[in-house]
Structures are given as C-alpha cells and as structure tokens.
Design a protein around this ligand. Structure first.
Ligand code: C2E
Ligand code: MG
Ligand code: MG
Ligand code: MG
Length: 291
C-alpha cells in the first residue's frame, strides 16, 4: 500500500486510487461474507410478451447487500468475483436460488422460465454441466424452465469446450440465450457454432432506436435474423411505451425493462406475478384459457 511507503514519497498512488483499493477490499470482504452466509440476494425482472403483455419469464439478477443495508449492484462486484475466483461459488449460489424459486413457482401453478446469467469463467469449470444438472435435480425443476444467459465474451473463451458444454445442456432441454447481443466482439458465426435458442438485443439499441435510425436498423436486422434462424428474441431495457410500440411494430415478441418493472426482490416478484390473486397473472390465465 502506498501509505506504508511513507507520506512524503512522491505520490504515484493517489488518495483517490487508495479509496478505490479500499473500496475493492471492502466489497471483496462483504462478498466473501455473503457467500459464507448464503446471503446473496437475487432479484427477478419479468420478461413480457410484447403483444399480449403476458408474463413470459424472469431474469435472476444478483444483488449484494452491504453492511449498511444498501444494495451493491453486480457491475460493482462481478468483475471482482471473476478476478478472485469467487465467481464459482457465486454462480452456484445464484443458480441454486433461481432453480429453487422457479420450482416453487411451478408448484404454485405458475411455470415461469428463469434466466440465470453465467460468467465466462464458469464454463472453464469442468464440473459446470454437473452443477446445472444437480441444481435441476435438487429442486425437481424441468430443464425447460431454465435458461442460461451467456455473453459473447463468455463464448470467446474456449470455443470447443464451451460448445460441448452448451450442447449437452441444450440436449437436456436447457435453453441458452446470447445476452447483450450486438455489443462486444460479436461474430455472427457464433450463431451457427453454438446451440443458441434466444437472442437478447442489447439495451443500448433499444435506448437509441427512436432517435437514431441506425440503431433502429440494427434492431430491425436482429429481429429478421432471429426470425429466420428460428431464435427467440428478447429486447432488453424497454423504458417507455414508445419504445415498446416501436419494437412491436418491428415484430419483436418479447422484452423486459423498467417500462414493465424493475428487478424485484423475490417476495415482491411472487406477489405480483406468481400469486394467483394477481391481476397480471389472471390476465395471463385468461389468455391461456382462450387458446
Ligand atoms: P444483463 O444480464 O444484461 O442484465 C440486464 C441489466 O439491465 C440489469 O442490471 C437490469 O437491472 C438492467 N435493466 C433492466 N431493465 C432496464 C431498463 O429498462 N433500463 C435500464 N437502464 N436498465 C435496465 P443489473 O441487475 O445491474 O445487472 C448488470 C449485469 O450484471 C447483468 O447484465 C449481468 O451481466 C450481470 N449479472 C447480474 N446478475 C448476475 C449473476 O448472477 N451472475 C453473473 N455472472 N452476472 C450477473
Ligand atoms: Mg442477462
Ligand atoms: Mg443484457
Ligand atoms: Mg449486461
């Protein structure tokens, strides 16, 4: 640490940087504690059918609660978890919670497919396939109700090994979605090489599509691409009715975003979307009935 070098040294290591380092250690300590206590929280954001408004699934998003009760968002600790290897226990605990939740919802009469974000490094763990099948078995959850969200950078790691694992998962019924599609070092060859079922249009395109013709063209192209490749399409980050309408006009089927709901603590998600008394869920049942 710079402090131990003495205060009067030329300060390469500024106070600001020191704060960053301190903060990093604080987050790492709190993350370790949360893992030890199995106290990580998972919030759930609903995915909706854009035509009917019906619930189409949920995405699990991890949250770390700091000592002072505030919530630390994943962008502030996932990279650190990846650097320290803590991503492995973290990933397992999130997967466990998501499978438990989806299984509980199913038993309450509401089959909600749950999406779990998977970091690149989790694939490098040769036991990943077994981790997933164990979690499904533990909660007696049909594989069809589990979706794994991977990013393009996750796929870039070890092509053949990653494809093998994803193929095995896909073979048992787990769906694989490509998250943040269109950002990063996208290569369309991924769409052929990996057994994908879902594309998630990155929220940056949705954000700009009303003001920027190019963003709109990209969304349009992704929608056509998905359709002709028989992939499901989910738009991320829908915040306004105007964005929803534009996406619907272009033929996008599903989406999520603050327009519908922010990610919710599990109890709140359940009371709004799973509980039979809930209006949204009743609307959905009527839709199913009328088919
Ligand atoms: P992501 O998987 O692309 O998740 C979508 C992010 O967009 C979430 O941020 C969500 O809260 C946010 N979001 C949803 N709708 C809107 C909207 O309408 N407007 C805006 N501005 N944002 C919206 P969050 O929860 O902070 O997560 C950030 C990222 O952290 C995720 O991006 C994912 O890459 C990663 N992450 C979250 N949970 C996990 C996890 O359990 N494991 C791993 N490996 N990564 C995770
Ligand atoms: Mg995601
Ligand atoms: Mg995303
Ligand atoms: Mg993201």
């Amino acid at each position: 640490r710079a402090k131990s070098l003495g205060r009067d040294r030329f300060c390469y290591f500024s106070e600001e940087l020191q704060n960053v380092v301190d903060n990093r250690f604080a987050i790492e300590r709190q993350l370790k504690r949360a893992l030890d206590d199995h106290a990580l929280e998972v919030f759930y954001q609903p995915k909706h059918n854009l035509i009917t408004g019906a619930l189409a699934g949920a995405e699990g998003l991890v949250r770390l609660r700091a000592e002072d009760g505030t919530i630390i968002p994943p962008d502030n600790f996932i990279p650190l978890a990846e650097e320290t290897g803590l991503i492995h226990p973290l990933g397992e605990q999130v997967l466990d919670q998501c499978c438990a939740a989806a299984s509980r919802w199913l038993k309450q009469g509401s089959p909600v497919k749950v999406g779990v974000n998977i970091a690149a490094l989790q694939f490098s763990n040769s036991g990943f396939f077994d981790t997933v099948t164990r979690a499904l078995k533990k909660y007696d959850l049909p594989a069809e109700l589990l979706e794994l969200e991977v990013t393009e950078s996750a796929l870039m790691h070890d092509f053949d090994e990653t494809r093998n694992i994803l193929q095995k998962l896909s073979d048992i019924g787990v769906s694989i979605s490509l998250d943040d599609f269109g950002t990063g070092y996208s290569s369309l060859s991924y769409l052929r090489f990996f057994p994908l079922g879902v594309l998630k249009v990155d929220r940056s395109f949705v954000k700009d599509m009303l003001s920027d013709g190019q963003a709109r063209s990209i969304v349009d192209a992704i929608i056509h691409l998905a359709r002709s490749m028989h992939l499901e399409l989910v738009a991320e980050g829908i915040e306004t009715k105007a964005q929803l309408d534009a996406l619907r006009d272009l033929g996008c089927q599903e989406g999520q975003g603050y327009y519908y709901s922010k990610p919710l603590p599990v109890a709140e998600f359940e009371s709004r979307y799973v509980n039979m008394a809930d209006a949204t869920y009743c609307a959905r049942l009527q839709l199913v009935d009328s088919h």
